[in-house]
Design a protein around this ligand. Structure first.
Ligand SMILES: C[S@@+](CC[C@H](N)C(=O)[O-])C[C@H]1O[C@@H](n2cnc3c(N)ncnc32)[C@H](O)[C@@H]1O
Length: 171
């Protein structure tokens, strides 16, 4: 099942754009069924993932807003379609930054009702890449409404956009 717009193709795109060195540590926040985890591990990364309601054995139970991992634990943090639905997108960005080593990368695909570049900068990231996936979001959203079984059915209506973003923790 596609649990984020664009499915595996967009996960691959996110990983490709981040150009992570081989074998580095990656934490998936809101990992769902663990599909991105499997992909990352298959590519040789040391990947872990947490979710409030894990849907796969590879995913650990945890809250992405308050993970409990020590500061600077990971070289990269990936999250797809989970920060906004957590109900505190800014808090999720803060926790992601805390978890990253200096120079670590954030690989984010998410829904935005605010300017994504400004949000990332305000959270202390340098924006390295941004791709607008709003068309893919519209398609995903309509499919989910049709099925009536996806978290995005509870998302407020209004003008929004969906972005694939790579940020770097500086300073
Ligand atoms: C749309 S799904 C995306 C799942 C996965 N990232 C993917 O793309 O397949 C959103 C996920 O975020 C998780 N989630 C929402 N709030 C969370 C929180 N505070 N902590 C951890 N996971 C959370 C949900 O349980 C759900 O699995």
């Amino acid at each position: 099942m596609r649990s984020h717009p664009g499915g595996e193709a967009h996960t691959r795109r996110l990983i490709e754009l981040a150009a992570l060195p081989q074998g580095v540590s990656v934490l998936d926040l809101g990992a769902g069924a663990g599909e991105a985890l499997a992909l990352l591990r298959g590519m040789g990364y040391a990947a872990r993932g947490i979710d409030l309601e894990p849907r796969g054995e590879s995913v650990e139970r945890g809250d992405l807003l308050c993970t409990g991992f020590p500061d600077a634990s990971f070289d990269a943090v990936l999250s797809e379609c989970a920060f906004f639905v957590s109900g505190d997108q800014r808090g999720a960005l803060r926790e992601a930054r805390r978890l990253l080593k200096p120079g670590g990368k954030l690989l984010l695909s998410d829904l935005f009702f605010d300017d994504p570049a400004a949000l990332l900068r305000a959270a202390g990231f340098t924006l390295l890449c941004a791709e607008d996936l709003t068309d893919a979001w519209r398609e995903y959203y309509l499919e989910a409404l049709w099925r009536g079984d996806a978290p995005c059915c509870e998302i407020p209506k209004g003008k929004c956009s969906y972005w694939l973003l790579i940020g770097r923790k500086d300073g």
